[in-house]
Design a protein around this ligand. Structure first.
Ligand code: SF4
Length: 360
């Protein structure tokens, strides 16, 4: 079956609804990946720097009103020790993730870590995922050595966004969209993503999410199945959720369709997908993903970073995770690429195009 890279909205909806053979879709996505970006699996070591957050999203266990766990911020020395160990094992891309915190102390802390990485770890790409930061903070962090920014739009539907966030002036769809557009326009390698399988979310909504990411021309994507958390308002609507197998299948279809729409983007096989199914890693990679994110967060903090419940690999050491990843990737004919920061080809291509435009 031949797939056009300009898939129409109607054909995307048809595939999401199961109207096309999944095996053909996954195979086509794998072929696009191999032709465009190769078979490598890139690793991005993640540190969950702080579980504190000023926001209150209805689906997230880290929301401000959840008082059932302790909040932490990992001190500088523990962060750099974790980076050092990851670097020694061949990791060259690290993600610092936290809830949304705008205070000077948080930004100073991140800036200090980035300066240390720039001075001490050669050839590393730093990725940040810390919510909607003001331009001034983003610029400071970029100057300190950050290269990539991930800001999930969560859903491109304004109506769904408003349904799953409080109406308090702090969770505005327009602010999130502007923030993402500003990041993209100011030269970051830009990533976004969506939740898949929210109550009431339709195939049309998800098709629009894919077209939104194509239109924004993103470099990276991390999208995973929605997983419920009992300390959130959405827990009360869990009876409306699709069965986990359906959420998984939708996620795999989304990965494949995005691979066809954006052949050279980096797409993650997310931990949420692996939490839903022990074979989620292999299935995500076979559907067209090419990035995996081993957790480098020091062990004592991990149980308190609960975006959702039941997260996998919480107790595995980096050595164990790398070994498992290498074995499982090689079993499906994919190589884990150590010693390589795995810049998204999509980013280098669009920069080349821009330079071409300026010099013509
Ligand atoms: S989704 Fe992000 S911004 Fe929203 S409550 Fe969770 S950590 Fe905070």
């Amino acid at each position: 079956m031949k797939f056009s890279r300009n898939l129409s909205r109607e054909s995307i909806i048809r595939f999401l609804e199961g109207g096309g053979p999944d095996s053909e879709l996954f195979k086509a996505a794998r072929e696009v990946l191999l032709e465009s970006a190769g078979s490598s699996v890139f690793l991005r070591g993640i540190i969950e720097l702080s579980n504190d957050c000023r926001k209150n999203c209805f689906y997230c266990g880290l929301r401000r009103d959840n008082k059932t766990f302790s909040r932490y911020t990992i001190p500088f020395n523990e962060v750099i020790n974790a980076f050092d160990s990851g670097y020694a094992k061949g990791l060259r891309s690290f993600l610092l993730q936290s809830g949304e915190l705008l205070g000077a102390l948080h930004i100073d802390h991140v800036e200090k870590i980035l300066h240390w990485v720039s001075r001490n770890l050669e050839g590393v790409r730093m990725v940040l995922s810390m919510g909607e930061l003001p331009m001034e903070s983003l610029e400071r962090l970029r100057e300190a050595g950050a290269h990539r920014y991930l800001l999930r739009i969560e859903t491109s539907s304004r109506e769904l966004y408003e349904r799953f966030h409080p109406d308090d002036g702090l969770h505005e769809y327009d602010d999130r969209l502007r923030s993402l557009q500003m990041i993209r326009a100011s030269g970051w390698q830009t990533g976004t993503g969506v939740l898949i399988g929210l109550p009431g979310q339709t195939a049309e909504n998800l098709a629009d999410d894919l077209l939104f990411m194509k239109e924004l021309d993103i470099d990276m994507c991390g999208m995973g199945p929605y997983l419920e958390h009992e300390q959130t308002p959405l827990w009360n609507r869990r009876s409306e959720l699709r069965h986990w197998e359906e959420r998984e299948l939708l996620t795999l279809r989304m990965i494949s369709l995005l691979r066809i729409l954006l052949p050279t983007a980096n797409i993650a096989a997310t931990t949420a997908l692996q939490t839903l199914d022990p074979e989620g890693l292999e299935k995500g990679l076979m559907a067209g993903a090419n990035v995996v994110m081993p957790n480098l967060t020091p062990m004592k903090y991990r149980k308190d970073y609960n975006l959702y419940q039941g997260k996998v690999h919480v107790e595995d050491t980096l050595d164990e995770v790398l070994k498992i990843l290498e074995n499982r990737c090689s079993a499906i004919g994919r190589d884990v690429e150590l010693g390589n920061p795995g810049d998204p080809l999509h980013f280098s291509n669009r920069i080349k195009e821009q330079v071409g435009d300026w010099t013509e």
